[in-house]
Design a protein around this ligand. Structure first.
Ligand SMILES: NC(=O)c1ccc[n+]([C@@H]2O[C@H](COP(=O)([O-])OP(=O)(O)OC[C@H]3O[C@@H](n4cnc5c(N)ncnc54)[C@H](OP(=O)(O)O)[C@@H]3O)[C@@H](O)[C@H]2O)c1
Length: 433
């Protein structure tokens, strides 16, 4: 039976998630889009309704018992108002596709209203460029006791990368020893500098120190100065200066790209959940123009997150920078090229060493033709919708707070190609040195 979902946020990713829900009216009967600026919710609703009426391609089945869409204005930081709105609408699930700053407030409101929760990025305090799961893992007992499920980080990375890891673990390895997550965006939007998702979150992520996870602090010799090695779970973090580790990789259908080691949230949960794992790294591709602009913005102080005095007013430079940069939701019509995101595993199967690469290639222009967005929002919004579908159909329902590798990957893997993100696999991949 079709269910009710409340979506918080109305940016690029929320627009795709809403569109994909409406392509699946058998699962998603009613959708409330609630965000800080209601006109953006209405713009998403109008665009979807036009596409449903046209019924072209992936929208062909959307018109039959079409999903009904309503909208509301909400500041998600106002827990009391948000709780009242959730209770009033009575959804089966709340999807948080606003910003990481809102995670804890929305989790509180879900607990107060007795509704399960899903998001795409882990909590980050606004005044500290630092993200980790501890803040949200602290909610485990409360969700468990309430019989509610919280699914964390259900985009592509985090999200699908953890589903890929669970699938590799289940079907292709006895032990995964190393995992490299490779995120390549070969798209070109024609601007000298723009970010493909929320500029503030994106710049805070890439300007941060890099880090990777190892199980043995003495065995791994980092190639750059190690600033700290903090014990975590059963392993250790090796921290590096930002962008200090660079590799080159030849990505299928994109070509050769420079990629840089970053800290990324899924390393933290995978370090706990992949048995036998010895090392996990995350690499993202960046072009020289992006890096030069970023360095310059950093050098002049425009990426600072602390308030500064300006003509008698306090402004946060990175928030001001966000106002100057193109809105990621507007990049769709300009972006050409493809993304290639996946996981390279190395480990043991039946006593033999084994290699396995699981990845998806996504075309920016095809995404735009289907839902009016570029591939970064698409590759995040589609998995968010699939995660919601998994919950609503009962495949991923487990009281407590969980990351995506903790659930059965098979039904999710079956949905990926059906919903627009076909995956490919290789048993003989080139490994990253
Ligand atoms: N897992 C992944 O692979 C992945 C990849 C990319 C992005 N993400 C995550 O996806 C999320 C959405 O990204 P995006 O690019 O769509 O961002 P975006 O375009 O900036 O949209 C964010 C939306 O949240 C709304 N919002 C912000 N603060 C709010 C508040 N206090 N109350 C209610 N609504 C609020 C914004 O409202 P306004 O319209 O008023 O500004 C906007 O509609 C982010 O958390 C991002 O980190 C995850």
């Amino acid at each position: 039976m079709a269910k009710k979902v409340m979506l918080v946020g109305a940016g690029g990713v929320a627009g795709v998630a809403a569109a994909k829900m409406c392509q699946n009216p058998g699962t998603f009967g009613e959708l409330l889009i609630a965000s800080r600026t209601e006109s953006r919710c209405l713009a998403i609703k109008t665009d979807i309704e036009k596409r449903v009426a046209a019924g072209v391609g992936a929208w062909s089945a959307a018109g039959k018992n079409a999903t009904s869409i309503s909208t509301a204005q909400i500041d998600a930081m106002d827990v009391a108002r948000l709780t009242a709105l959730i209770k009033d609408f009575g959804p089966d699930l709340v999807m948080n596709i606003a910003l990481p700053y809102q995670d804890l407030a929305i989790m509180e409101a879900c607990l107060a209203a007795g509704v399960s929760y899903l998001d795409t990025a882990n909590y980050e305090p606004p005044d500290e460029a630092h993200f980790e799961y501890s803040w949200q893992w602290a909610y485990r007992e409360r969700f468990e006791r309430s019989g509610l499920t919280a699914i964390l980080g259900c985009g592509f990375d985090p999200g699908v990368t953890q589903v890929f890891s669970a699938y590799a673990q289940k079907h292709h390895f006895d032990t995964i020893e190393t995992l490299d997550i490779l995120d390549c965006n070969g798209g070109d939007h024609g601007y000298p500098f723009a970010t493909n998702f929320n500029p503030e979150i994106n710049i805070r992520e890439v300007a941060a120190k890099g880090s990777y996870w190892v199980d043995d602090p003495t065995g791994d010799k980092p190639e750059v100065a190690v600033e700290t090695r903090k014990a975590f779970a059963k392993g250790w973090w090796v921290e590096t200066a930002p962008m200090a580790i660079k590799r080159e990789y030849d990505f299928e259908e994109v070509g050769r790209k420079d990629m840089y080691l970053l800290h990324h949230e899924e390393l933290e949960s995978l370090g706990c959940n992949l048995k036998g794992i010895k090392r996990i790294r995350f690499f993202m591709t960046f072009g020289q123009s992006y890096l030069t602009h970023l360095k310059c913005l950093e050098n002049v102080g425009l990426t600072r997150i602390d308030p500064v005095d300006f003509k008698g007013q306090k402004i946060v430079p990175i928030e001001f920078l966000k106002a100057l940069l193109p809105d990621p939701a507007t990049l769709g019509p300009r972006t050409k090229g493809k993304t290639n995101i996946g996981c390279i595993f190395h480990g043991l199967k039946d006593g033999q060493t084994a290699d396995y690469y699981l990845y998806n290639i996504c075309d920016h222009e095809e995404c735009y033709a289907e839902v009016g967005s570029q591939a970064i929002s698409y590759t995040t919004g589609v998995p968010a919708m699939i995660g919601a579908k998994m919950f609503l159909e009962g495949h991923w329902r487990l009281p407590g707070v969980h990351t995506c590798e903790e659930f059965d990957p098979d039904p999710f893997m079956s949905e990926l190609p059906v919903q627009g993100l076909p995956w490919r696999e290789s048993f003989n991949p080139v490994r990253v040195p």
